[in-house]
Design a protein around this ligand. Structure first.
Ligand code: NAP
Ligand code: 3JN
Length: 368
C-alpha cells in the first residue's frame, strides 16, 4: 500500500522536506501520489502531461525527467513551469508511480531502479512486454491482468498498433471468437518521435517549394511516400513492429491459437494510426451484428454510415481524441466467417499516453 499525499497547493518538483521510506508510506493515508514522467520532453511524455491534467489525476508532486540534453528546459503542468530533471540523478524513493516513455534501453536500466526504490512503473516501451510475469494491459480488454502486478511492480503498455486493434476486436472476440487476423497498418510519423515529425514537415516544405531532395540520402523519404518498414527486420521476413502486434495481441487476449499476420507501413500523416483489419471468427457473425456490438463497446466510437465520408480518418476523427474509431465494417467476400473493418486512433493518446494513465487510474483505484 503506497501513501496518498496531501494535495499540494503548488505542484512542484522541488525536493520534499523529507523522504518517506516504504514503511512510512504504508502508514500514512493521504490523498495524492507523486508521479514521475520519464521522457517528459518527448511526444508521448508531453501527451502524458496533458492527459494527467485533463483527467484530474491525483498528482501531488510531478517529476518531469529526461536526459542531460533537456537540462534547462521546462514543461508546463497545471499552470506552472516545471524544470526538467535528469533521469540518471533522480531518486525514486519519493515517487509513487513512474510513467516511462524514453525507449526500451532506458527502461531496462531505470525501471528496476525505480521499483527497488518502492515505485510502481507503467512502462510504455517494448522492454518488458513479453515477459510472462509482467502484465501487458489495455484497460478495455484485460484489466484483470493487473492482478499480476506483484512481485515485479512493472506493468507494460502495449505498442500503439496493438492497442487500437485489440480495443476494436475485443467485443467480437468475446461474442464469436477470432481464429485469424490479417492487418495492414498506416502509421503516423509521430509514432517514431519528435524528430520524425520535424523531418516530415521539413521534407514536405522542401518538396512543395520545388527544392529537390538530397539524392544521396540513404534513408527513404517519408514525404509523399509509404514505407513498408517500421522497426528492424526479424529473421522471418516480418519487421519487429509487425511481430509486436502478433506477440502482444496473443498475450492480451490470453490466446496463443490466434493466427496473426501484419504489414506495418509508415505514411506521411502527423497524428493517428489507421488499420485495415480482416478477421476470421470461430462462429459466424454478420457485419450488422459486429456493428451493433461495437456501437456499445467501451472506448470505441462507431462511424459507419456506408456512404462517402461516412467513416473515420486519422486527421478528421482520431487526432486529439481518446477513442478508437471504427468504420467500413463489412462481411468479407473471401471467407464465410470473415469480417473486414477500418480502425483509427490517436497513436500518442490511446496508443501510448492515455492507455498508460488509464492503467495508473486502475492502480490507484484498486491496487495501491
Ligand atoms: P521522442 O519524442 O523522441 O522523445 C524521447 C524522450 O525520451 C525525450 O523526452 C528524451 O529526452 C527521452 N530520452 C531519450 N533518451 C533518454 C535517456 N537516456 N535518459 C532519459 N531520457 C531519455 O519519443 P516519443 O515519441 O516520446 O517516444 C518515446 C518512447 O516511448 C519510444 O522510444 C518508445 O519506447 C515509447 N513509445 C511507445 C509507443 C507505444 O506504441 N506504446 C509509441 C510511441 C513511443 P531528451 O529530449 O532529453 O533526449
Ligand atoms: O512507430 C510507431 O508508430 C510506434 C513506435 C513505437 C516504438 C518506437 C520506438 C521504440 C516502440 C514501441 O513502443 O514498441 C519502441 C520500443 O519501445 O521498442
Amino acid at each position: 500500500m503506497l501513501t496518498r499525499r496531501p494535495r499540494s497547493p503548488v505542484v512542484s518538483p522541488a525536493l520534499p522536506d523529507s523522504t518517506p521510506n516504504q514503511k512510512d508510506r504504508q502508514a500514512a493515508v493521504t490523498e495524492n501520489l507523486n508521479i514521475a514522467v520519464v521522457g517528459a520532453t518527448g511526444l508521448v511524455g508531453e501527451a502524458m502531461l496533458e492527459i494527467l491534467q485533463e483527467r484530474d489525476f491525483p498528482v501531488g508532486r510531478l517529476y518531469p525527467l529526461a536526459s542531460e540534453r533537456s537540462l534547462g528546459k521546462s514543461v508546463r503542468f497545471r499552470g506552472h513551469d516545471l524544470p526538467v530533471a535528469v533521469l540518471d540523478e533522480h531518486d525514486f524513493s519519493d515517487t509513487d508511480i513512474a510513467l516511462f516513455s524514453a525507449g526500451a534501453s532506458v527502461s531496462e536500466i531505470h525501471a528496476p531502479r525505480a521499483v527497488d526504490a518502492g515505485c510502481v512503473v507503467v512502462d510504455n516501451t517494448s522492454r518488458f512486454r513479453n515477459e510472462p510475469d509482467i502484465p501487458l494491459v489495455v484497460p478495455e480488454v484485460n484489466p484483470a491482468a493487473l492482478a499480476g502486478l506483484r512481485p515485479r511492480n512493472i506493468i507494460a503498455n502495449p505498442n500503439c498498433s496493438t492497442i487500437q486493434l485489440v480495443v476494436a476486436l475485443k467485443p467480437v472476440y468475446d461474442a464469436a471468437g477470432i481464429s485469424r487476423i490479417n492487418v495492414a497498418t498506416y502509421q503516423a510519423v509521430s509514432g517514431a518521435g519528435r524528430q520524425q515529425v520535424e523531418e516530415l514537415a521539413r521534407q514536405s516544405t522542401e518538396l512543395m517549394s520545388g527544392r529537390a531532395e538530397d539524392a544521396d540520402s540513404e534513408s527513404i523519404p517519408i514525404a509523399f511516400n509509404a514505407i513498408p518498414q517500421i522497426d528492424a527486420f526479424e529473421d522471418n521476413g516480418y519487421t519487429r513492429e509487425e511481430m509486436k502486434m502478433v506477440w502482444e495481441t496473443r498475450k492480451i487476449f490470453g490466446d496463443d491459437q490466434i493466427m496473426i499476420s501484419a504489414t506495418a507501413v509508415r505514411i506521411p500523416v502527423f497524428i493517428g494510426h489507421s488499420e485495415a483489419v480482416s478477421i476470421e471468427t470461430r462462429e459466424k457473425i454478420s457485419a450488422t451484428e459486429v456493428r451493433n456490438l461495437l456501437s456499445a463497446a467501451p472506448g470505441v466510437t462507431l462511424l459507419d454510415a456506408g456512404r462517402a465520408g461516412g467513416y473515420p480518418t486519422a486527421r478528421t476523427q482520431a487526432a486529439g481524441e481518446n477513442d478508437v474509431f471504427v468504420g467500413r465494417i463489412r462481411d468479407d467476400l473471401s471467407h464465410e466467417r470473415g469480417i473486414s473493418m477500418w480502425v483509427v486512433s490517436d497513436n500518442l493518446r490511446k496508443g501510448a499516453a492515455l492507455n498508460s494513465i488509464q492503467i495508473a487510474e486502475i492502480l490507484v483505484r484498486d491496487y495501491l
